[in-house]
Design a protein around this ligand. Sequence first.
Ligand SMILES: Cc1ncc(COP(=O)(O)O)c(C=O)c1O
Length: 365
Amino acid sequence: MAGVEGFVPPPYPYDRLDGAKAAAERVPGGIVDLSIGTPCDPPPAVVLEALARSGTERGYPPSIGTAAYREAACAWMDRRLGVSVEPSLVAACVGTKELVAGLPHWLRLRRPDLDTVLYPAISYPSYAMGAQLAGARAVPYAALEDIDPADAARALCLWVNVPGNPTGELADLGAAAAWGRERGVPVLSDECYVEFTWTGPPRTILEHGTEGVLAVHSLSKRSNLVGARAGVYAGDADLVRYLSELRKHAGFMVPGPVQAAAVAAWLDDDHVDEQRDRYAKRLDAVRAALALVGVDAPAPDGAFYVWAPAPDGDAWALTQRLAEEAGTLVSPGEFYGERGAGHVRVAVVQPDDRIALVAERLSSR
Ligand SMILES: Cc1ncc(COP(=O)(O)O)c(C=O)c1O
């Protein structure tokens, strides 16, 4: 509507890759798209079976998640993360992006006197977008110690992401929980890559207690279920109660068949172990391929991204070069914050033969 002022959605980051994408598509054999973190591998058959045969299509699904859904998530946390959490401290989300982008708004409804979202300086863009959608300030931090006390006093929440997208970093969750408790700031811990931790055991903020914290988990990456949209948040009793009541009024629901499929996914670990092997091999293969063009990328501590320093710090030039010479699409690091501008992110989410093709193209230049 002409004359209307206010929020204008910014261009979606990946739309800015259209030029590089066209160049990659022109390479004989076609594009190898390593830009977006969408897994290419299939979900387990038992999950698809549950999705097709739950018989839950007619009724409204519970917004908070069925008892089976929440119990399966708790059983998974117990088995794989070593924490015992009551199902009453767990609620469903429709994948985690909607929750990440919506949380600042809902926290602000309860605390209109606060207006700041603290989030890691190099991170998944939805933390900052959630602040914008709430009309709040998005304030990045490089380290907890660097947070200005004036920003902390205005904070609706502090985000942490372990393992981190895009860097794979394993930030100290105990320190984050303590920081939040000292200041009365809820700490929201996005843990969607938790089972793809490469150095040491998986970490969850719930190891440090539930008071004042929420862990956010997704089946998108764990079980290759991006399209199904299923996740949970778990932790502080008061926050879970408040958010789950609010979300019930707002009509957020994981569809019944997806809830049934999610139960099957959380009860099975074999498929995750297989997926871990695939990603570990692909991470090595991509790092070796990048070395062919003089890019020395470290092995990540977690997640399935190679965070690669661009020669001369020019990430857009490296993006274009990889598109033209290897038909490969990657993401320039500035998508994840100004401080990421000298890197590119390479998601190892294409089949092994496509990743081998990248190396082949780069070695035969
Ligand atoms: C750090 C992080 N959090 C959350 C998400 C959202 O995942 P989903 O909405 O599929 O659960 C992603 C997806 O890439 C992510 O990288």
